[in-house]
Design a protein around this ligand. Structure first.
Ligand code: NAD
Ligand code: TDX
Length: 334
């Protein structure tokens, strides 16, 4: 049995990843190290919390002391832990530097001090900056982050690369496009639109709504990361994408249509500062070298996602009324 240390496993992608691993692979056990920030929600993992191959540890990756409490027999580290919301980074960037850069550096130091098989840094297409109408981001596209969030992620990527080159930490970096699916914190466009539409509230669309994102279902991303864990060549970067480019306005309209809600709920609001125009991922490398491709059809995946939020209104309510944060208080009390 091999052990995977997942950081940030109580968040959106991390929790989907843990569920994916525990239900598809018998040969791994998972330790989830998470600080349960506003974005961390242990109820995302309710169905696996009694699984003998799963263990939760409360802790902050930007605090070096946490690593003393971790078991030494860790085979893989996968770093999902991050401040992940661009709008928050525009308001207050300090925590992005602390968690995303210092936290990653601490993890790399820990990886050096124990012998691991692989360190995977879960990065983002945002590190490449913004595209105009044509072209796609490949792994060799220059880093050109435009907002404090993406700047912190690009910086973390550079530290990972430097620890691989200087200290021979066996590492891969994955850079994925926008994820959608269950358990996404409802500050991000898709769950925010669903939640507000269900409450007949206005949907804020930034600028003229023509910005384009390239969407991938979170389960395809999880499978991509496991593919890199098992087959990725040490030292390489792999882009992961869904091949589903859509303008924000059309995405919002498609969700409203599915919910039978009127388009006049849409409210065009002031644009995000430094708003990247378009993201599009060229994922030929992971496809050709590691035989991975996205499997989930966007139309079907989006329909299932909308249905999931409709069926899990309590999950949203617990976030809206703040009751999901109570679990964190228990950990602080000790
Ligand atoms: P999220 O905000 O939903 O979850 C982040 C998790 O990290 C939470 O559980 C939070 O409690 C935890 N965390 C935050 N600070 C921590 C700290 N100091 N110590 C330990 N845990 C901490 O984020 P997400 O959308 O699941 O994204 C996960 C990772 O994937 C991030 O690194 C993000 O940059 C990357 N990513 C996200 C997307 C996307 O579309 N959401 C796309 C590409 C890459
Ligand atoms: O209320 C909104 N209205 C709106 O028009 C929000 C929250 C967003 N938007 C726009 C901004 C973006 O063009 O929708 C698009 C998607 O926005 P977000 O859901 O905030 O995602 P984005 O900024 O694209 O970043 C996401 O993908 C890359 C994740 O949050 C990052 O963690 C990931 O790295």
């Amino acid at each position: 049995m091999e052990t995977i240390l997942v950081t940030g496993g109580a968040g959106f992608i991390g929790s989907n990843f843990i569920r994916f691993v525990l239900s598809n692979f018998k040969e791994y056990q998972v330790i989830n190290l998470d600080f349960l920030t506003y974005a961390g929600n242990l109820s995302n993992l309710k169905d696996v919390e009694t699984d003998k191959k799963y263990k939760f540890i409360f802790g902050d990756i930007s605090d070096k002391k946490i690593f003393e409490r971790l078991p030494k027999n860790i085979d893989y580290i996968i770093n999902f832990a991050a401040e992940s919301h661009v709008d928050r980074s525009i308001q207050e960037a300090g925590i992005f530097l602390k968690t995303n850069v210092l936290g990653t550096l601490n993890l790399l130091e820990h990886a050096r001090s124990i012998s691991i098989k692989k360190f995977i840094q879960v990065s983002t297409d945002e590190v490449y900056g913004s595209l105009d109408e044509t072209g796609k981001f490949s792994e060799t596209t220059n880093l050109s982050p435009n907002n404090p969030y993406s700047a912190s992620k690009a910086s973390a990527d550079l530290f990972v690369n430097s620890y691989h080159k200087t200290h021979e930490v066996p590492a891969n970096i994955t850079r994925c496009s926008n994820n959608y699916g269950p358990y996404q914190f409802p500050e991000k466009l898709i769950p925010l639109t669903i939640m507000r539409a269900l409450n007949d509230q206005e949907i804020p669309v930034y600028g003229d709504g023509t910005n384009i994102r390239d969407w991938i279902h979170v389960e395809d991303h999880a499978r991509g990361i496991m593919t890199v864990l098992q087959k990725g060549k040490i030292g390489e970067i792999y882009n992961i994408g869904g091949g589903n480019e859509i303008q924000n306005i059309n995405l919002v309209k498609s969700i409203l249509s599915q919910l039978n809600k009127p388009f006049d709920l849409i409210s065009f609001v002031e644009d995000r500062k430094g708003h990247d125009k378009r993201y599009a991922i060229d994922f030929r490398k992971i496809h050709e070298k590691l035989s991975w491709s996205p499997k989930i059809d966007f139309k079907k995946g989006l329909e299932n996602t909308v249905q999931w939020y409709k069926n899990n209104i309590d999950w949203i309510r617990n976030i809206q009324d703040g009751s999901y944060l109570k679990i964190r208080e228990q950990f602080f009390k000790g």
